[in-house]
Design a protein around this ligand. Sequence first.
Ligand SMILES: *Cc1c(COP(=O)(O)O)cnc(C)c1O
Length: 443
Amino acid sequence: MLEINKNTKKTTLSSDEGDKERITLSQRDQKHLWHPLTQHKLSGEMLAIVKAKGSVLYDEDGKEYIDGIASWYTSMYGHCNPLITEKVAAQMQKLDQVVFSGFTHKPAVELSEALIKILPSNQQKLFFSDNGSTATEIGIKMALQYHHNLGNNRKVMLAFEEGFHGDTFGAMSVSGLSVYNGAFEEHFIKVVRIPVPNGKNTSGVLSILKNLIIENNIAGFIYEPLVQGAAGMKMHDAAGLNEILNVCKENKIICVADEVMTGFGKTGKHFASDYLETPPDIICLSKALTAGLLPMAITSCSQQVYDAFYADEIAKGLFHGHTYSANPLACVAALAGIELLNSEEIQQNIRRVIKSHQDYKTRLEKHPKVRNIRQLGVILAFELDVKMERYGEVRNQLFKHFMDSGVFLRPLGNTIYILAPFVISSTELEKIYESISAALEKF
Ligand SMILES: *Cc1c(COP(=O)(O)O)cnc(C)c1O
């Protein structure tokens, strides 16, 4: 049954049946829904998507959009991939949900075995939650409680300037992008910050770090390895990051790699941490973990971290838990995702997209409006050379331009980036490039 919103002014009358009102999903949405990261007074209607297949989204008018950001880096193996949906459908008939305190199940056990095989070799234990913010929140809690359990007085977190780690309180605290956090800042945990290493500044960053270590009791260092997603796909230097990690390790600071965005093949290796010699103590995973099907997150850790919680005192345990921890359907989706990631077919696709981006990068490099073009794996990003005052306006114009041309890209300020599903066809990729090249001529 269609409920007609009497307050909706925009109700359309279909011309041939003038007496019958047609109301769209986008219009019905406005009555009761409050969307994330949205100032509703300034934003228009939300676009209603009714179907997704491979790299394509379909709206309620049947218009197609190539999903150039894999729906926030989740659907890397393509939307509604039957290799995944069929396994989840079968699991649904067998075991849908069970409490994960005191119980376990085959999908979780199998997922632990498959994931530990591909994670950096020091990772031994997996802790489940529901989203990227809870994954980092748990990583922070593990680092703080690790020192608490050992009797160390360490209560400060270290993070990069401009990092992004999520929207819950701990995650907000360590995030450097605080423009939206004004109402909450006085409730934050204590955080000190260092700049990212860019190849030239490493010795400077290391001396800032060493001073911070002397002046603060730092428990843990949380960082997005090599690519800072929300900051605008900013990339930094692996050798410099490795030196930072080494200083942290020497000072018994727990290193927490937030691989929520970089995990599962996007950087060209399974994890961004695979580019570094020094492995993290803790890794946060979500986004592509379940291949874009269901919300789930994992915080993994080394045996050393786990052992600090393993004690005769109950209170030394990690008393954190979510109702849907290790949901069997999400575990099966994740297992299917890892199987695909390890497949020759997906690895070939990753190599194809990397090569294609490299070629487009050479084409773009010469363009006078393109600044700071960079690529790691299937992530390609650059800045459009416009005045800072115009970032907001240009961002909205770019977004509209892309959507009108049937391409879903979501510029961050004046940064344009592509992070499409691995399975995107070369024709679809070319369509994204053409839309970007057209935008360069327009703005
Ligand atoms: C998206 C993101 C998060 C937050 O994940 P949510 O699932 O949106 O809560 C945390 N860290 C990084 C690096 C992210 O990209």
